[in-house]
Design a protein around this ligand. Structure first.
Ligand SMILES: [Zn+2]
Length: 263
């Protein structure tokens, strides 16, 4: 059977083929040990991992919000257990699922605002990957200098203004005016940059901050009405994702062998 894992900054979710999804706290899980225990308990053929960090060719390149020691996870399980591990960036997994619902879209963008700002693009049916599999990280476009560093190494990323961590213990509502203004200005910047670079047909929103602040949807629709070239732009579909586990659903699509179409 297949083991599907969604390893996020906050939650660790997993399931087997058609079984229910179990959620743990990411900080309580050591990924390699977890998989080894599952291998000892069940007849696992293949492991699919959606990972909140940068990965390339089965190797973890960077894991800003996750503690992990074995970076070449693919090689490790191949050599020790002869089990194949497919690991992909979490937003790319979500994009694969969302694209499965909008296969006519020429450009589909996915924005998840949670602990960080995650994004992915599917262009003509393919996830945009770039040479290091880190394309489409619009959350790291320079925006406003902050007195602390982003996990990517800079101190002025959009993500430092547009993500759940800027509210600390507060919600958007309870935050001070500067924080709110930065958040909305940054979001606007991401949105118009995306429109002008990619001219998307569909934008899917997700993540905890969007879930708790659904006004973001109307905010962006309103921005679209005031966008450049508005008179020649056709309809843009902007939705909030209808599922909580798009990452796992994306992995399940990959497991069915549709890999070459989307990756
Ligand atoms: Zn950054």
């Amino acid at each position: 059977m297949n083991l599907f894992i969604d390893f996020g900054g906050t939650h660790f979710r997993y399931c087997f083929d058609d079984g229910d999804t179990i959620t743990l706290k990411s900080e309580d899980v050591e990924l390699v040990k977890f998989i080894e225990i599952q291998i000892s308990l069940k007849n696992i053929n293949k492991v699919f991992i959606s990972f909140a960090g940068q990965v390339k060719d089965g190797k973890i390149l960077s894991a800003p919000n996750i503690k992990i020691e074995t970076l070449d996870i693919n090689k490790y399980f191949e050599e020790k257990y002869n089990i194949e591990v497919l690991i992909e960036n979490d937003l790319n997994c979500a994009a694969i699922y969302e694209y499965s619902k909008y296969k006519n879209a020429q450009v589909l963008a996915v924005f998840y605002i949670g602990t960080g700002f995650g994004s992915a693009f599917v262009i003509d049916g393919k996830v945009l990957k770039g040479k290091d599999n880190i394309a489409a990280e619009v959350g790291h476009i320079p925006f406003k200098k902050k007195p602390y560093r982003c996990n990517c190494g800079r101190d002025d990323c959009l993500e430092l203004s547009v993500s759940g961590k800027v509210f600390g213990e507060n919600s958007f509502e309870n935050s001070d005016e500067d924080t709110k203004k930065d958040f909305l200005d940054g979001l606007k910047h991401i949105f118009h940059t995306t429109l002008n670079l990619f001219d998307p047909d569909v934008i899917i929103l997700g993540g905890g901050v969007v879930k708790h602040n659904p006004f973001i949807l109307d905010f962006l629709k309103n921005e679209y009405n005031n966008s450049s070239f508005k008179t020649i732009r056709s309809d843009l579909k902007i939705f909030i994702s209808d599922v909580e586990d798009a990452n796992i659903k994306g992995l399940q699509i990959l497991s069915k062998g549709e890999k070459c179409q989307v990756l």
